[in-house]
Design a protein around this ligand. Structure first.
Ligand code: HDE
Length: 715
């Protein structure tokens, strides 16, 4: 498999260095970046301001004067600061980076960005939740958006995907219904950032096609530990066009280099209060610390002749192509290594559109994709106030662009010449069309023969609503299955109308799994059928019953890079041990943080001190990946006497986190009631005694074998 030769930032090309100006997009953005260091305060029209504290009045206590143009400009601009938030995906955060293809990409697509493994393309990627408003919590149960703008030499390509490979509906005409159902309810605008309410479950239980994607959202994939651990998917089938104009179907995947892993529901909920910006903050601070986020762009390619060789329709967006049926081939690598300078200018104003494609990529007839091709441009008109949003710096392509579109609000371009039409002879016939060509040619839609009657109908090949839901369920580990059962049980407990709960448990879930239906039914005192109840066509058929990559366990991190480890310490701690721990963690690419009862320096046994990075309730266990209790008898006693100290360990235990107790630190295990006969509770006197076992355990992300016992922990 061809791989990018660069492995670490130091060995890499200039693009690996976030401050490098060798990135074409940054060269362009630099013209708009404005730094006020050492500069005068002025009005928007350039006048120096002498007093920014007092408005102009009639006497010191008098009324403010209309004449005060400085005051009016300032307030007027402020009053108009907000723009409408996105109707969906309102909450998001983004980063800059680059994409670099591997050698094999060029054989599938003539797109310039896939041709040269030495040539990188600037990217801007925004991650988002779907349901909540701009100020909602990061770790809610929801699909995550995964939208990438590639600033290619032939124009912008937007891959506007999600972290789940399938969608809730099959036809775009149902999107407003779906979004109205999932959004906060119209009468009281409750609940925020959640699907646990009547209108959502009413809709999805009446729309069996939603079942597969709802099942994904009931899995732990709905609250990733970090954006870096998320897979991404283009969802729809697209097309790749090669230099000979041959078209192939393709599904796009982003495979995280760091592996896949998620939060636990209780942890995710607690994070709403403890750190509502958890995912955003972690991405931001990792990038600031030089820990770039990385994905491989992968493709599943299907020859046109094989279009109908599957148990499902390639155009149906509620279906994925199991990896065993079509291999997922890596064709390049994306690195996100630079934070935006200004959230509004970049992250808020970036305008994605699946209709932004370049020669070498084309659409399929997926009826959901076809509808999206209308929607995104339309929504930008409202959100960014008219058709000139392509001039906003973050949206501009890196290649030159000329056409005869003119005027409208806030036009920046000063088009010279007299002819804003084509053909023209007055301006020499320019701008001129570019015929299609294998390289750097004009865009030409793939020629597809279409022959049919106008009809409002759903293809019979879209009738199967359950076979891939069963495939997903069968592929989950026992722990993941338990989490899914708990998720349905919890969500339905928030549904007030009993008939909706009954419909889900009796009419929908048995078609996925009788075991699932009955387990959720037990939690609601509702008897579930003992066999599937849907018509045969909806139950569908899949020649494959399991697919390992559908489980998060399939790509666990396998190392502890970028992990945050709490080192619990109080006065009397063994400082040498803390130092040793930090050094060893850092060697593995992880960060050890001293968490103490207060922010005062922690006094060590030998009169030496260590700084406290955070307080016990300032960086609670839900915000870290593992906990180590450092040695030192007094430190352990103080932590044991502290409710927060004991709670720290109990909560970490409940969330299946690796816990290490060194020397006297083991006292805290007893005080907190942590079972010692647990493979993820590691004890020893010296750092060397525990470290290899610690790294091994944390590489698996969590102590999965603890799942049942953890439920008994009250935290
Ligand atoms: Fe979107 N979607 N969507 N969507 N979507 C928007 O565009 C829409 C769908 C996705 O970070 C909106 O600029 C329709 C699937 C992402 O800015 C809007 C349909 C997938 C983002 C819109 C879908 C997505 C959006 C809202 C059904 C995964 C955020 C604001 C036909 C493949 C992009 C905006 C960002 C945003 C419409 C379905 C992903 C209204 C009509 C399927 C990641 O245009």
């Amino acid at each position: 498999m061809p791989r990018n030769p660069y492995t670490t930032p130091n060995e890499g090309p200039p693009e690996d260095n976030p401050s490098s100006d060798k990135n074409k997009k940054h060269e362009k953005l630099d013209r708009y970046r404005s730094n006020a260091d050492g500069k005068d305060l002025r009005t928007n029209h350039g006048v120096r301001i002498a007093d920014n504290h007092n408005s102009l009045k009639t006497g010191e206590r008098g009324a403010t004067l209309m004449e005060d143009f400085i005051f009016r400009e300032k307030i007027n601009h402020f009053d108009n600061e907000r723009i409408p938030e996105r109707i969906v995906h309102a909450r998001g955060s983004a980063a800059h980076g680059y994409f670099r293809p591997y050698e094999n990409a060029a054989r599938y697509s003539k797109a310039a960005l896939f041709q040269d493994p030495k040539q990188s393309t600037p990217v801007f990627t925004r991650f988002s939740t779907v349901q909540g408003s701009r100020g909602s919590n990061d770790t809610v149960r929801d699909v995550r958006g995964f939208a990438t703008k590639f600033y290619t030499s032939e124009g912008n390509w937007d891959l506007v995907g999600n972290n789940m490979p399938v969608f809730f509906i099959q036809d775009a005409i149902k999107f407003p219904d779906f979004v109205h159902a999932v959004k906060p309810e119209p009468h009281n605008e409750i609940p925020q950032g959640q699907s646990a309410h009547d209108t959502f479950w009413d809709f999805v239980s009446l729309m069996p096609e939603a079942t597969h994607t709802v099942l994904w959202t009931m899995s732990d994939r709905a609250f990733p530990r970090h954006f870096r651990y998320m897979e991404g998917f283009g969802v729809h089938t697209f097309r790749l066009i090669d230099r000979l104009e041959a078209s192939r179907f393709v599904k796009f995947h982003w495979k995280p280099v760091a592996g896949t892993c998620s939060l636990i529901w209780d942890e995710a909920q607690k994070l709403w209060g403890r750190d509502p910006d958890f995912n955003r903050r972690e991405m931001w601070s990792d990038i600031e610390n030089g820990d770039a986020l990385e994905w491989e762009l992968c493709v599943q390619v299907v020859e046109e002749k094989d279009e109908h060789n599957f148990d499902f329709d390639l155009l149906d967006p509620t279906k994925l192509i199991p990896e065993e049926q079509v291999p997922v081939e890596p064709i390049g690598r994306m690195v996100l290594n630079r934070n935006p300078d200004n959230f509004f200018a970049e992250t808020e104003q970036v305008a994605f559109n699946p209709g932004h494609i370049v020669p070498g990529i084309d659409f399929s007839n997926d009826p959901l994709l076809q509808g999206r091709l209308f929607s995104y441009l339309d929504t930008q008109m409202l959100r960014l106030h008219g058709p000139n949003f392509h001039e906003i710096p973050i949206n501009q392509p890196v290649c030159p662009f000329h056409n005869n579109q003119r005027d409208s609000a806030h036009r920046q371009t000063i088009n010279t010449g007299q002819a804003s039409y084509e053909p023209n002879s007055i301006d020499g016939g320019y701008p001129a069309q570019t015929p299609s060509a294998p390289a750097q040619g004009g865009f030409e839609t793939v020629q597809e023969r279409v022959d049919g009657s106008k009809i409002r109908a759903r293809s019979a090949s879209f009738a199967d609503h359950y076979s891939q839901a069963r495939l997903f369920w069968n592929s989950q580990s026992d722990v993941e299955k338990e989490h899914i059962i708990a998720a349905y049980t919890f969500e339905l407990s928030k549904v007030a109308r009993p008939y909706i709960r009954e419909r889900v448990i009796q009419r929908i879930l048995p078609n996925i799994s009788v075991e699932l239906a009955q387990a959720v039914g037990r939690g609601h005192g509702i008897e579930a059928p003992s066999e599937p109840v849907a018509p045969a066509a909806e139950l569908g058929y899949s020649s494959q019953v399991e697919s390992a990559p559908l489980s998060l366990m399939h790509r666990l991190p396998g190392n502890i890079r970028t992990r945050k480890v709490a080192i619990l310490a109080a006065d009397g701690v063994d400082v040498a041990q803390v130092t040793e721990l930090r050094r060893k963690l850092s060697e593995e690419g992880a960060t050890g943080m001293v968490i103490a009862p207060s922010m005062a320096p922690v006094a060590g046994t030998g009169g030496d001190n260590v700084d406290s990075d955070a307080m016990l309730n300032g960086l609670p266990s839900v915000a870290v990946d593992a906990v180590i209790v450092a040695g030192g008898a007094d430190s352990a006693r103080r932590l044991s006497e502290s409710g927060l100290g004991r709670y720290y360990l109990q909560e970490a235990y409940k969330h299946l986190k690796v816990i290490v107790a060194l020397a006297d630190g083991q006292q805290l295990l007893d005080a907190a009631g942590i079972p010692k006969d647990d493979e993820g509770v590691i004890m020893g006197d010296q750092v060397d005694d525990v470290f290899p076992a610690f790294v091994k355990a944390l590489s698996n992300h969590r102590v999965w074998s603890r799942n049942n016992r953890a439920n008994a922990m009250p935290a």
